[in-house]
Design a protein around this ligand. Structure first.
Ligand SMILES: [Zn+2]
Length: 410
């Protein structure tokens, strides 16, 4: 599965962050979690076909999480969608969409299948498919809000082809039977046991979507042993009181949920517009739960990172912005496994002018042409590592300049 954050802002969008929506790609189908304004454009920009959207899960009825629905429904109509679209969310969803359809010229000809949850529900499986299901639990926000977990069912183990051939299995039907856990009797009466040929069942992957909520038990229950937990981190701990007043979590709250539920990875999103540097929130969360990533719009997150190609070790670490010494070391940063970065200045030797130097006048025909490099910027001592007296003995990590630098995968 691949998780693609489409909008990671909270209620107010910024110049670089859009309203909440997350796409989950699985086996060629797309599942949307919330549908803020611009969700359909972000799908397009992420390279995801809007026609592949099978189901939309809505967390709650706040406008910033649903106003993208109408535009998307309209586009799907213009694309002449001819298969049903499931929309799952709190009660009132159908009424709202019907009202918009009635008040506008928008006519939907494909089937909309609604599943609405009542505000007093406790736990429900809202979607059941052959190889996965989605369960929902209520969260703790100022309005009725729902958290979701998409859980793949366990897959059968892999058939060891060599072992099967050695045991005399040649027919496809026998391979299938072994994979399904059945023992096979060959023509000569030999019994081939499935357990000897097929490996252990593989645990299904899971994705949990928790936003908007204060820290609550249900968030932990939904997230137990999840592969990826996408959790809101609207504020930092210094604004804890504001988070509680508005029914939101701090980055630390998200990390506590992840730690308690023992998830594989936490991805934080839904950042307040006041944070132009969301890495402060990442740093706070990593203080509690190290395996935290930041949601960056359109940057895909694989549930199985091994499926990504060319994975390399992290290039930079997060440091305390108040730590002057670490910041000073930016120029001496050495990337993992690579050579020291070149400063961009060529090493220059200064020659002393000989004592018998001749001074030319402007009209002298044999006057040497001025050297272009005289007009270059003067060489600062810090730029030449060998001459810098303050150079620390070991290169220290730097603060990432772009969000791209932070990911373990790049
Ligand atoms: Zn929100």
């Amino acid at each position: 599965m691949i998780v693609i954050p489409l909008g990671v802002s909270s209620a107010t969008p910024t110049a670089v962050r859009h309203l909440p929506s997350v796409a989950l790609w699985r086996e060629g189908s797309v599942y949307l979690f919330d549908c803020g304004e611009n969700a359909q454009m972000r799908l397009l920009q992420a390279g995801i076909k809007r026609s592949k959207v099978e189901t939309i899960f809505i967390s709650h009825m706040d406008g910033d999480h649903i106003f993208g629905l109408f535009g998307l429904l309209s586009t799907l109509q213009l694309q002449r969608r001819n298969k049903p679209l499931k929309i799952i969310g709190p009660e009132g969803l159908k009424k709202m969409i019907d009202a918009v359809l009635e008040a506008t010229t928008l006519q939907i000809e494909y089937e909309l299948q609604f599943k609405e949850l009542k505000s007093d529900f406790e736990h429900e499986v809202v979607l059941e498919q052959e190889d996965f299901y989605v369960e929902a639990r209520p969260l703790k926000h100022t309005t009725f809000c729902i958290g979701y977990r998409l859980q793949e069912k366990d897959k059968p183990g892999k058939v060891d082809a060599q072992k099967a051939t050695d045991a005399g299995i040649t027919e496809d039907a026998h391979f299938k039977a072994l994979k399904a856990g059945e023992d096979v009797t060959l023509e000569d009466g030999t019994i081939v046991h499935s357990a000897d040929i097929v490996g252990d069942p593989r645990t299904g992957e899971s994705f949990v979507y928790v936003t908007d909520t204060e820290f609550c038990e249900n968030a932990v229950r939904l997230s137990e042993n999840a592969t990826i937990l996408y959790h809101e981190a609207t504020f930092g701990e210094p604004l804890k009181e504001k988070a509680e007043d508005t029914g939101h979590s701090s980055a630390q709250d998200a990390a506590i949920v992840a730690k308690t539920a023992k998830v594989d990875r936490l991805v934080i999103g839904h950042f307040s517009a006041r944070y132009s540097n969301q890495f402060l929130l990442l740093k706070e969360a990593r203080g509690v739960f190290e395996k935290t990533w930041i949601a960056y719009e359109l940057r895909p997150i694989f549930t199985n990172p091994a499926q990504e190609k060319e994975i390399i070790s992290p290039r930079v670490e997060i440091i305390d912005l108040k730590d002057k010494r670490a910041q000073h070391s930016k120029k001496t940063f050495k990337p993992a496994g690579g050579q020291r970065q070149k400063s961009g200045f060529k090493k220059k030797r200064f020659k002393r002018k000989p004592s018998n130097a001749r001074y030319y006048k402007s009209g002298d025909s044999d006057r040497p042409q001025p050297r272009r490099d005289r007009y270059k910027k003067p060489h600062k001592p810090g730029d030449n590592e060998k001459t810098s007296p303050h150079r620390p003995s070991k290169p220290l990590p730097i603060t990432p300049r772009t969000p791209f630098d932070d990911f373990d995968r790049f």
